[in-house]
Design a protein around this ligand. Structure first.
Ligand SMILES: NC(=O)c1ccc[n+]([C@@H]2O[C@H](COP(=O)([O-])OP(=O)(O)OC[C@H]3O[C@@H](n4cnc5c(N)ncnc54)[C@H](O)[C@@H]3O)[C@@H](O)[C@H]2O)c1
Length: 256
């Protein structure tokens, strides 16, 4: 019998990463949880079978951290089937208040971190014809007011996904991305907690609410699975219909 499949998830200590770790664990995967704070990772896996997970301290902006993490995954589980690049940070502010260091921090974590982990995991994913899921955003499809740095970083993730799909396809590998809109996590808690801001979001989301992290995790799992075996290079909105709009206001009576 072959070893069980293994998934490696960055930023697995909270939000979408945590929900994704839980989903893959339920599906029988060995799970490598990566993040900067071991306690947070440990808390996610508290009740799990200790043979089936590994918490690994890793800052995705540090090449050596990612190298070490991939080595640990292979030493522990002997294979890597799915890589979920989920770690991310956001900072919305006008350009005249935005310093170069902050721009670089956002690009390095959100975009360079994705490149680094794919680069380090590549040979192992290739060996099993595995796949990659990147967590982009609706902000990686079009712009947000005040969001230019985050938009640029997530735009890079979306287009890196499309471009690598061309190269991966020949190897029998796949790479896809999800593009969530507002999701109830630490990153967006400020919006959920502010009645007025949340109501403004709900006006724009045809389904009239934000997502729960599990609703994003389910789509990540689907894209990684054999059910999606001919899906390659998509940036799939998981947004209650938000990106179906061209942005014009709802003026017809009875709509919006
Ligand atoms: N919450 C939303 O509304 C929303 C919408 C669209 C996309 N996203 C994306 O979803 C992903 C997950 O975010 P979330 O919403 O679950 O928020 P979150 O803040 O709960 O999760 C982000 C995780 O990334 C980790 N992280 C940040 N920098 C890191 C680094 N340098 N190295 C390793 N880990 C690091 C954080 O510690 C955290 O655990 C992000 O890429 C985010 O941009 C979120």
């Amino acid at each position: 019998m072959s070893d069980p499949k293994t998934v490696m998830i960055t930023g697995a200590g909270s939000g979408i990463g945590k929900a994704t770790a839980e989903r893959f664990y339920q599906e029988g995967f060995n799970v490598a949880l990566l993040g900067r704070t071991l306690d947070k990772l440990q808390a996610v896996a508290e009740s799990w079978d200790s043979e089936r997970y590994k918490c690994i301290k890793c800052d995705v902006s540090e090449q050596q951290d990612i190298k070490n993490a991939v080595n640990k995954v292979i030493n522990n589980f002997s294979r890597l089937d799915v890589l979920v690049n989920n770690a991310g940070v956001a900072n919305m502010a006008p350009i005249d208040e935005f310093e170069v260091d902050e721009w670089e921090r956002i690009q390095t974590i959100n975009s360079t971190g994705v490149f680094l982990s794919i680069k380090q995991a590549f040979e192992h994913l290739k060996a099993v014809k595995g796949n990659v899921i990147n967590v982009s955003s609706v902000s990686g499809i079009r712009g947000d007011w005040g969001g230019f740095a985050y938009n640029a970083s997530k735009g890079a993730v979306s287009n890196l996904t499309r471009a690598l799909a061309l190269d991966f396809g020949k190897e029998g590998m796949r790479i896809n991305a999800v593009a969530p809109s507002l999701t109830r996590t630490e990153m967006a808690q400020g919006i959920f907690d502010d009645e007025q801001k949340y109501a403004k979001f709900c006006e724009r989301i045809p389904m009239g609410r934000g997502a729960e992290p599990e609703e994003i995790a389910d789509v990540i799992y689907f894209l990684s699975s054999d059910e999606a075996r001919f899906v390659n290079g998509v940036v799939l909105p998981v947004d209650g219909g938000l990106s179906a709009s061209n942005g014009q206001p709802p003026l017809i009576t009875g709509s919006g």
